[in-house]
Design a protein. Sequence first.
Length: 512
Amino acid sequence: MTLPDPSEWPVDDPVAYPTPDLLRVRSDASPDNLALVDAESGDSWSYDEFDRRVARRLAGLQRDFELGPGDRVGFLLNTGVPFADLYFATARAGATAVLLNVRLDEETLAAQSKRAGLDGLVCSADTADVAVDVAPDGVPVASVDEPHSPAVDALELRSGDEVTPVDSDAGAERLLLFTSGTTGEPKGVRLTLDNLVSSAVGSDHRLGVVPDDRWLVCLPMYHMGGLAPLVRSTLYGTTTVLQSEFDPDATASVIEEDDVTGVSLVPTMLKRLLDAGWTPPEHLRFVLLGGGPTPQPLIDRCESRDVPVCPTYGATETASQVATALPETAFEHQGTVGTPLRGTTVTIVDDMGDSRRTGEVGEIVVDGPTVTPGYLDEGHTAAAFGRHGFETGDLGYHDDGGRLWVVGRVDDQIVTGGENVQPATVVATIRRLSGVEDVAVVGIPDPEWGERVGALVDRSDASLSVSELRDRCRDDLADHEVPKTVRFVEALPRTASGTVDRERARSLLDGE
């Protein structure tokens, strides 16, 4: 059985693959291709070897959890090979992988585990204690490492000779992830294999695929940006390189020594690489940069260092990428995230849901085969979808070239003394000031003005004062847009996915 080249699939039928078991198909088509590399240990697996490992992992899941179609398995794991084989083993059983953020507090994890309706929870040695505490009553917990508690079973790699893949619908739920919740309660996002494959096809059309591609994953795999490259590489028949966590020096070495051709990063990671003196090797084809807005000074540094940066805009609800700019576009049209991927439609709408004209700012609405069928909560689903598709809550516009520009969030707008302020406008102004590394702008409750504009600033020049910053802002901002509250910090608070933690930023400024 041969897997078609994704670039040849018709855009109106992007999921015309022969079976929902992508790994089995790839193993049949390209058994000797290199599937996976563990950057720390140096161990590697061909697609045939990895397929057999997944069969053995599934045998362990079926023994410990009696796993079957429709079940949900929680993953409380960091990036690594066990995460990868568990993902494919769960899918092979027709079950759903529920990805839990290991950095969250126990109360939040317990609530998410309960909301997800877990049938089992998988952990590792470093997350086992938390797993026992957050697992719903009666839900078994198993570890990929030797357990140190009688409450945790050992999830072994058992003989997989008798495992038979489930013949399931590729449109069925296969992933459940929770949004970052930086502006409210995290929502449970349901994704299907159709969503994931459609995203891979769109990404292929934009970034291209070559036979010796090696995509480095050093992002957390419990986020969509960390898991997507594994699915995509399996579909393409190329290689995924796994690094348990990002480190500027170690990651630079992996990119060089493991012949990495592509890597997914968030802006803070790329900045740390450049600060460490990193220069990309010739074999690196792209740096897919997402997880939040990219400061223009970072794009400028990439251009001067010949970094093939590809700023991207996406969401968990769209299985990762929505629009992506290639380096030449990013350098020529500063601030854009490029045109939408093939198969994805982006509409800009006003408050009434009507389409905006070119150049007019409105809410970004996404439609196409990558978009989630909905949230865990039906009420959240109903509220998030309109006649044009999934309403992202982000603000943006299209230019004459069809390129997308993201300027902020609908719910980020600050109303101060009856005047509307777009935080993105203030952010762009402050970022251009010399001595400023990065900035977050939020509204702070104020008894006189309703809200006041607050700026949390990461400065590169310690001599920059609050009064000087505010004075320099007045050259480009109206009086009501100039931050009334400014606080300098060594780094902006961020979520694990790299986005600014707006609630934390607001709390840091509220006491000033």
